[in-house]
Each structure stands twice: as C-alpha cells, then as structure tokens.
Design a protein around this ligand. Structure first.
Ligand code: FAD
Length: 434
C-alpha cells in the first residue's frame, strides 16, 4: 500500500542542500538587484548565473520537467518539496528554472508549439537564457475571459492583432508573449479565442506603461499595460488549433497556480518561524510574549493552518503526478488557490502583530507579505471564482434527496434499520417466546 509521508533519502539529501543553498547563497543575492529576470543587469547576471550552474550540477534544474525538456522528470510532488524551500526568495525560481510565467509558457510551447517555435523559444527559455510573458487579462476586466476583445484576424499566412492587454507581467523583460486573442467573435463563448506566440520585437507591439503593485519596491513596476497595433505574426505562431485558446490556457494556468501555492508554504512557514522567535525573545510585564495565552493561540492557529494547507498542496501535487491530467484535478487546484491567500494573510498578519511596531515597519518583510496575499487573491483568477469552481465541482455529481426529507433524516434511517434487522428481532422474539 503506497501511503507515506516520508521523502526518500536520496531526494532528502538534495533538499537539505537546497535549504543551505537558499540561506547562504540565494537570500543574500536577492538583496543585490531589482529583478531576477532583468538580464540586462550585470550584477544580476554575475550573481545568478553561477548559482544556476550549481543547481544544474545537482540535477535540480527545472526538476519537474522530463528529460525531453531538459529536466530530470521529478514531477510536481518533488517540485512542491523544493518550492517549499525556495519560496521565501525572489530569485529562487529563476535559479532553479521554475519561475512563472516562464514555466507555464514552456509547458504550452512544449504541448502546442511547432518544431520551429520550440527551437526558437522553448530551448532558450528552458535554458534560462530568455524570459517570457503571458498576455491574457484585458483592461476592461480579467475575471470573464469570454468578454475579451483583442482580435487576431487571419490575413493570408499571417494573423494581424489589435487590442490591449493589462498586467502582462514581465513584458519588459520578455523575448516573446503568449497572447490570447479572439479569432472568431461569433463562435460559442469558449471557442472564440486562440493562443499565439508574439515576438516582443514585432512592429506595433507597444508597452503603454509598466504598472507597479503596492508593497513592491520602486515606482515603475513589471506588470505591463500593453497595446497591439496591427501586430503581424506568422500563422504558424498559433498554438493549438484556432478556437482552442481556453483549452491551451488551462494547460498553463493549472500548473502556475499550484506552483505559487508550493512557494507560499515557504513564506507562511517563515512567517511562523519569525512569530515564534519574537514570542520567545520579547518580554512584557515580566513575561515572554510566548507565555501569554493569546499569543500562544496565534502560534497554534498558525501552525495548524500551515500544516493543513501544506497537506492540501502536497496531495494536489501528488494527484497531478498520478493522473497526469490537469482536468482531473481542477477542484483540487481551485481549492489550493482559494486557501492560499487566507493562510498567508492570517499567518503573516499574526507575525506582524506579534512584532508590534517593528512588524509593520519597512525593516521587516511582514507587511509586504500581507499585501502579497492580496496579489495571490487576484492573480491567476480571483478567489471568488475559485470558490465557485470548487463548489460547482463538488455539487456536480450529488444526487438530490429521494423525497421531501433528506436521505440522512433520522426517522428514515431508523425505519431502514428496523427493516434491515427485522429478521433478527423476529428471531429474538421467537426465542423469547419459547
Ligand atoms: C500580481 C499580479 C500579476 C498578474 N499577472 C498577470 C499576467 O502575467 N498575465 C495576465 O494576463 N494577467 C495577469 N494578472 C491579472 C489577473 O489575471 C487579473 O487581475 C484577474 O484575472 C482579475 O481580473 P481584474 O483584475 O480585471 O478584476 P475584475 O475582473 O475586474 O474583478 C474584480 C473583482 O470582482 C470580483 N469578481 C469578479 N468576478 C466575480 C465572480 N464571478 N463572482 C464573484 N466576484 C467576482 C472579485 O472580487 C474580483 O477581484 C495579474 C494580476 C496580479 C495581481
């Protein structure tokens, strides 16, 4: 029976190395540059590239991918165990070849790209030599992709694209964008859009501005408001068939969501460690904070939330490996996605509270993590939609009650038990009568 919560010794050894590597190499490097994907930054290149070499030597580069894509094929569960160690860092995903949106875009290219597209984009992307962008959300609203208006019109052996996209993260670093655009506005709602590769240097592609998010350093952000002005791309840049944009998107979004959750385990765990360190270090009225029951409650609640969330993430990762079909884990991924912001917000929020004024100060990362929980509640689909998804999936196969009263109505169950055991009771009655 395959039911186990232990990591095999060989992989555990790698994870132990990762833990030390994160602490001694990646966390200090994080403090030295603005963005780990800015390949024009010489400091970033000088620091990150040697770390990537070490990761490859340990056979941990893009470890969830199979050998055909340059990874050792460890799958999602082992990636989860890795990500829950590197998720405290900004550069960890880049150092280990697992960063969003590149990992999802690589999956899409591997599934749907022509050989030429794979040669031109997938290989350097998997090598960590270029960055990419996923360009789907529109300024008029992201929660309902069936309302998108960016158009791709076939013109001979090209498509011509016009429209605007919003929060196209990392567009300013990207060599190419994976774009969703409407190819047939009259088709059924989910067959209107298609997915394309758009090289970032195509004439007509414009970054209107780079939008920042609250809590991140610097005024100029990395989430681009972009415009496609008569952008002409070869027809072979279509990924999958025309009208399959939603199906293609699912391939990348499922993976992206669970990868964020794996890294969130790391942040939550770090927040709890910080909360506990502060609780045993700080004194008030002659007692440690750790000796106050309300602080103890914060610690205990946080630990239980973390462990519950982690198990859900690991189980979902295991299911992805097991079923090898994202469609069969839609409910699980949506469940992880809806749980993620709350766990981070609660635990980072409590850690902030226990640190008092220092906690809310810019000298600690806790306020940033609380805000980060709001990014998580919006990016890759708002929490409300994931809650609906979980509920829909759960309710889909539930039968209604047989009549006015529920199937578990006590009188019904008592009557059924009486009927089931009537022969036994009758036999006992007969025995008694003798
Ligand atoms: C940090 C970050 C990075 C991102 N990166 C990318 C990227 O790289 N590429 C990309 O294409 N997009 C990206 N996005 C955009 C993201 O996908 C959208 O923000 C998201 O889909 C929500 O769309 P919206 O912001 O337009 O909100 P809206 O669609 O306007 O929704 C606003 C709010 O309305 C409520 N709401 C919406 N629909 C429902 C519903 N059905 N039921 C109940 N309540 C509802 C929710 O509270 C929701 O938060 C990113 C977002 C963030 C925050």
């Amino acid at each position: 029976m395959g039911w186990d919560f232990q990591t095999d010794a060989e992989y555990q050894e790698k994870l132990d190395w990762v833990e030390q590597f994160v602490r001694e190499e990646i966390e200090p490097a994080d403090r030295m540059y603005a963005h780990p994907l800015d390949m024009r930054d010489p400091v970033r290149n000088a620091l990150i590239k040697p770390l990537q070499v070490q990761v490859r030597e340990r056979e941990l580069w893009a470890c969830h991918l199979g050998p055909e894509l340059g990874g050792p094929g460890y799958g999602q569960l082992k990636l989860a165990l890795l990500n829950e160690r590197i998720g405290t860092t900004l550069s960890g995903p880049v150092v280990f070849g697992t960063q969003a949106p590149d990992s999802g875009n690589a999956e899409v290219l591997a599934h749907f790209g022509s050989e030429e597209l794979k040669d031109r984009y997938l290989k350097p992307l998997l090598e960590g030599e270029i960055a990419s962008c996923f360009s789907m959300t529109e300024p008029a609203g992201g929660s309902d992709p069936t309302g998108f208006t960016t158009r791709a019109v076939r013109d001979g052996d090209h498509y011509v694209i016009n429209g605007e996209k919003w929060f196209s993260s990392n567009a300013k670093f990207a060599e190419f964008l994976v774009l969703m655009a409407v190819t047939d506005p009259d088709a059924e709602r989910h067959n209107r859009a298609s997915m394309f590769i758009v090289p970032a240097d195509t004439p007509g592609f414009e970054i209107v501005r780079n939008v920042g998010v609250t809590g991140h350093a610097g005024h100029e952000g990395t989430h681009a408001y972009v415009r496609y002005n008569d952008v002409r791309i070869p027809a072979e840049n279509l990924l999958g068939a025309e009208g399959e944009g939603f199906a293609v998107a699912q391939v990348r979004l499922g993976g992206g969501r669970i990868h964020h959750a794996m890294r969130t385990v790391a942040l939550v765990r770090r927040a709890l460690e910080m909360m506990m360190e502060r609780a045993v270090s700080r004194e008030t009225r002659g007692k440690r904070l750790a000796d106050l029951q309300l602080v103890q409650e914060m610690v205990a609640e946080s630990w239980v939330q973390l462990e519950q969330f982690r198990l859900l993430v690991l189980q979902t990762a295991w299911k992805i490996d097991h079923y090898k079909d994202y469609k069969l884990v839609i409910k699980d991924i949506a469940g992880v996605k809806m749980a993620m912001p709350k766990v981070l917000q609660d635990v980072a929020g409590r850690a902030l509270q226990v640190h008092g004024s220092l906690g809310i100060s810019t000298e600690m990362p806790l306020g940033k993590w609380v805000l980060e929980s709001f990014h998580m509640a919006i990016a890759d689909g708002a929490t409300e939609l994931h809650k609906q998804q979980v509920a829909r999936q759960l309710l889909r196969d539930v039968d209604p009650a047989p009549d006015l009263f529920p199937s578990q109505h006590t009188p019904r169950l008592e009557a059924a038990a009486q009927e089931k055991f009537a022969p036994v009771l009758a036999a006992l009655a007969a025995e008694g009568a003798q």
